[in-house]
Design a protein around this ligand. Sequence first.
Ligand code: ADP
Length: 417
Amino acid sequence: MGNTLTYEDIEQKIKELEYKNKILSSKNTLYEKLEQAEKTIKEVEDSNKLKTSFLINMSHEIRTPLNSIIGFSNLLAGPDLTLSQKNEYINYIISNSNTLLHLLDDIINISRIEAGQLTIDKTECYINGLLGEIFTNFSKISKNKKNIELKLNPFLKVQDFSIFSDPVRIKQIFTNLLDNAFKYTKSGYIEFGYTIKDKETIRFFVKDTGVGIPKDKFEIIFEMFKQANYSATKEYDGSGLGLAISKKLVELLDGKIWVESIVDKGSTFYFTLPWKSYEVSEKEIAASNNIEKIYNWKDKKILIAEDIDSNYRFVEATLRHTKVNLLRANDGKQAVRICKLVDDIDLILMDIRMPIMNGYDAIYLIKKINKDIPIIALTAYANQGEKEKSLNAGCIGYIQKPIKPKLLLSILNNYLV
Ligand code: ADP
């Protein structure tokens, strides 16, 4: 019976097995830890490489315009210059200074994004108003480039179409794409606008008839410092940061960006953003069904505190026919200051989310100056609990954005007559 295992033998074997298992599992943990450490080292090395190449790229990009500025400034200091030479040198200095400024903006933007410090401030964006503003800005450029026609093509024609997003960032993305479109197009047209793809997605576009982009570069142009080089000579200047910034901004707004292009024919850049169809309340339907009324408030004065241009323009356009006198504050602090200076304001439309001083703080201070002044709060529909909060703060009314023109007029009529 030499092979018979006693109870002690079995216990001993179990102990040995447990011990082996322990060693094995701690060995595995060690391997995992080692792998993790190797990965981290590689990531640090990669990010260091990226930082080094970022710095090398940057110093090159900064030096180029700076050298021009220094060079032409020296020439300008020279003797016997004709007026046309002086003008030529000054123009070089101005244009290179602008390039430098643009570059610094790009660097600040990309660093903020990388550090996770870029803030997204979602609010109601009246898309047609916003695109109209961009069109006006870029029309000036297209006037200098006589061979290029600039076209705006919005899908919906209604002024009050809005999405819940960040208008500042949308403008930044369009500005980058349109800057490029003008840079890489010699003649033809540049068109921008949007289409509604489905109930949840809006798709913006910037189309040009420029040099185009080879298919194998469709993806890499969105990476930092990557350019689709068309020729050995560097015909187009640029840092290669604009599209990388645009891509990050689109992603922060929960959208996608891509390009379709044919070399020598042109390119179309697309980006999507989410949007939800806005639930219209019964009160609003009732107000919109009212027979068109003509209001006359030419003796009345309204202060509108609103930081976003396109939102202010929208309210201004809605109220134009009433001949009401409008005052505008760009933030809460300005609103308080205006109330101190102007003592015959009949009503205030107060946006709640504003920079420098928000609507609630402004209402508190304004009520100290004039406790009877009627204030109506303007708030984004996504912010829960704002209605109670604004009424508690002393507002007589509350309007949710997107503002429906007829509703705004009928509410104001209650307090202005
Ligand atoms: P850059 O400062 O070089 O213009 P971007 O990041 O804005 O940097 O663009 C990256 C590259 O993508 C550009 O260098 C160019 O090769 C290509 N590109 C961007 N927009 C266009 C366009 N509208 N038409 C042709 N090529 C374009």
